[in-house]
Design a protein around this ligand. Sequence first.
Ligand SMILES: Nc1ncnc2c1ncn2[C@@H]1O[C@H](COP(=O)(O)OP(=O)(O)OP(=O)(O)O)[C@@H](O)[C@H]1O
Length: 207
Amino acid sequence: MAECVVEVRNVAVDLGGVPILDGLDLTVARGEIVAVLGENGAGKSTLLRCLAGTQPGVTGEIGLFGRPPADDPAFWRDVVLVGDEPAWYPGLTVLEHLEMMESVHAGTRTTPGEALELFGLDDRRDHVPLAMSTGQRQRLSLAMGLLRPSRVLLLDEPERGLDAGFRVRLASILADYAADGGTVVMATHDPGLARNAGARVVELESA
Ligand SMILES: Nc1ncnc2c1ncn2[C@@H]1O[C@H](COP(=O)(O)OP(=O)(O)OP(=O)(O)O)[C@@H](O)[C@H]1O
């Protein structure tokens, strides 16, 4: 049986009297992709924050590799979160952002050059992120996340701003990550992305 990487038992979040998730159970195996779908406000981002250990007010049990998530360096050596647009480093180009990631992480999954090609950013390598389109910046966020060595990807609406063609490529990038033994949990509004990536779909009901 495949190793269980993510385990969520009876998890709920109380945000000032508003219950969210309401006793959620979820297990995700090594090499599996789970796509969490649901209406606006259903709690998809909240679930990802729970898995990342950054959500206050959580009850129930959450384990990644058998340990509760902890917002500390050891945890983040295994886990990559791509969510809201990051704060770009002023004056650094696209290539330099990727090189910065490479310089601080041993054993990166791709080189900066390979990441530029994979994420279709080769012709933007010498641009600064704030001079690019929303979708191009999202590609860079994903490229920086995928360049890092990791065992779990937590992705909040990774399709945000991406054109249809690149969503197909992203699905294949995620499928390759899982085929290499990685585990993915993504919140998405794109059932096509989930299907093309070979994800198991989990529907979150609104409270
Ligand atoms: N800081 C907060 N304080 C109080 N309530 C919050 C807070 N953040 C989110 N919520 C509420 O929690 C619920 C879940 O929000 P969440 O962002 O997890 O939903 P979502 O499924 O990711 O939505 P979307 O599809 O719009 O991204 C919503 O009803 C939202 O109003």
